[in-house]
Design a protein around this ligand. Sequence first.
Ligand SMILES: [Zn+2]
Length: 297
Amino acid sequence: MKRRSFLQSSALLAGATLMPQQAWLRNFLLPPAGNLTTIRRNISFYTERGGTIVTLLTPEHSVVVDTQFPDQAGNLLALMKETNAKPLDLLVNTHHHGDHTAGNIAFKGMVNTHVAHANSLANQERVAKERDQLAETLLPGTTYTDKWSQRVGDETVSLHYFGPGHTDGDSMVHFEEANVVHTGDLMFNRRFPYVDKTAGADIGNWIEVLRQARRTFDRDTFYVFGHSGEGYPVTGTSADLKAMAHFLKMSLRYVKKAKRRGDTLEQLLEKTTMIPGAPEYKGSGVERVLKAAWEEI
Ligand SMILES: [Zn+2]
């Protein structure tokens, strides 16, 4: 056994005995499990488990958009410490879902400003109460309703709200100088999306949200998506937003036709594996879209 790996094993054993709960020690000793990929300037995206994270990292400043789960957030923190060990200037949650916010807790006491849309905060609080998890939850301390901006070093971070879509509290987060946008779960790249009707999702307006995003940002904008289908990237362009809007439109049209024909929801679920006119969206989960569209029409 090499000395380095022996030292790591010994320390790990001690750690396992003394502090089994402390993810940070494991993260300090072992290489992180996820990948931090540079996009433009000091902006990167991090993938491991859950919704994609975007970071801004310089020796003086740091911003984190979404946090996956506590272990994953711990792994990201271990990576960040190589560049920046100071408190975060800014922590952003694109929306309330656990695969984007459960890792917030790993940043407790380390964040200057923690921001989300007002509806996202309400949803985060409601879900935490329902699950009796308020004690393990780090909630945003700052909210906004239409648009919010903050200067961080030589970058401007702006949050845009275009109305309900995937939930009723989804922000698009624009790093203006780098021209990078984190879409949160307003984008599932070629994958059937979750449509959270329990939190005010609206497929009809979601199409409008994507249209407004394409109008607000430009052709050079680099987008990072919440999720993607197998074999598809979590990053892309305005053309991918257009494809997602088209998929949502085709889904509404398909369900509307079925209802007019007199089909029941059960019949529709039984026979549908993909949405006609949008074959790139495949895999599991078509029922999520069908049920939500059925409820909406
Ligand atoms: Zn989500």
